[in-house]
Design a protein around this ligand. Structure first.
Ligand code: COA
Length: 324
């Protein structure tokens, strides 16, 4: 029993926020943002909900796969910015796409969310009880950003990406590996609701904005991207030259420049679109995958490494042997 990706999709809000527009509201500049991160613009919700973006990405992926909502057996949405604490975004997507035969739930693994969801899909399919799984990474990060904090506000964007994973006689997704490093949890956090009740009053220092130690995350990311590539090459008995593309989580192009230089890897094999989207957390890998799929960059037989990393801290990687 094997597993294969048969469709991809994406959705972004209509509003584009460029670095120039950003520099009108914050003490920042296009030069600072672009030279430090590779970002030129990002999409920002003017009311599009996380559910709407996930539904649009899901419909796009269903169309690409040729399946209907009722063919889906499981929906997994990876998000840290769901519209509601309950119901899950996955249940809201289920209704909108008519996936009445599916189980649906959300997972929280921040920017590794899509690879975690892929791992779950692979394992459910290999249990032989599920055939078609819809996995989505969707975020409206703009609602957890402090728009007066230039350190974080410039880095992120909103969007959703999706993929349909199905069973196959051969295995097209291998060396999947997801890791959690809870001891570094404090380096990237965002509070949920405050405890506020009869016995506990509001405290002025409570914030539910995203907070991050950028330098620590930068070091962590470089370390786990390098480790993930090396692990896959070793497990699959491949050389870097055998890999066609790497789709890393789109957090910062300087991370990729550093790795390519340090390991002497061909920089062109790392697919980057952060310039246009910013960091969309769990959505970044499926948005990139969908772009590549729709641009016909992916040919049957190509070997693609996916690598997610982020809050938790978490990271995860997989080798996708592309076959459409
Ligand atoms: N515009 C202008 N100046 C800014 C700025 C902005 N948007 N944000 C920070 N600065 C200033 C700082 O205040 C600081 O000024 P000072 O030297 O006068 O104190 C200076 O720029 C350097 O800040 P620093 O935080 O040291 O920058 P950096 O080179 O570490 O880059 C990041 C910051 C966030 C771009 C970088 O650390 C990073 O990308 N980390 C990884 C973050 C990430 O990807 N997280 C998500 C992972 S899922």
């Amino acid at each position: 029993m094997g597993v294969r990706i048969i469709g991809t999709g994406k959705a972004v809000p209509k509003k584009v926020l460029t670095n120039e527009m950003m520099s009108e509201i914050l003490d920042t500049s296009d030069e600072w943002i672009y030279s430090r991160t590779g970002i030129k613009q990002r999409y920002i919700s003017t009311g599009e909900t996380n559910t709407k973006l996930c539904v649009d990405a899901a419909k796009d992926a269903l169309k690409d796969s040729g399946l209907k909502g009722e063919d889906i057996d499981l929906i997994v949405v990876a998000t840290i910015t769901s519209d509601k604490l309950t119901p899950s975004t996955a249940c809201l997507v289920q209704t909108e796409i008519g996936a009445k035969n599916s189980m649906a739930f959300d997972i929280v693994a921040a920017c590794s969310g899509f690879v975690y969801a892929l791992d779950i899909a692979v394992k459910f399919i290999k249990s032989n009880e599920y055939k078609n799984v819809l996995i989505i990474g969707g975020e409206v990060l703009s609602k957890i950003l402090d728009w007066s904090d230039r350190k974080n506000a410039v880095l992120f964007g909103d969007g959703a990406g999706a993929a349909i994973v199905t069973n196959d006689e051969s295995d097209y997704i291998t060396s999947i590996n997801c890791v959690s490093v809870g001891e570094k949890a404090h380096t990237l956090t965002c509070n949920s609701l405050e405890i506020k009740n009869l016995y506990k009053k509001h405290s002025d220092d409570f914030s539910n904005y995203l907070s991050m130690d950028g330098k620590e995350i930068f070091k962590f990311a470089i370390d786990v991207i390098e480790k993930s590539i090396e692990k896959i090459l070793k497990e699959e008995n491949l050389r870097f030259e055998d890999i066609d593309y790497i789709i890393p989580h789109q957090a910062n192009s300087r991370m990729i420049d550093t790795i390519a230089k340090r390991k002497n890897y061909d920089r062109n094999k790392f697919y980057m679109n952060i310039e246009r989207y910013g960091n969309t957390s769990s959505a970044s890998i499926p948005i990139a995958l969908d772009e590549m799929n729709k641009k016909n960059l992916l040919k049957d037989g190509m070997k693609i490494i996916l690598i997610g990393f982020g809050g938790g801290l978490t990271y995860g990687s997989a080798l996708v042997n592309w076959k459409k």
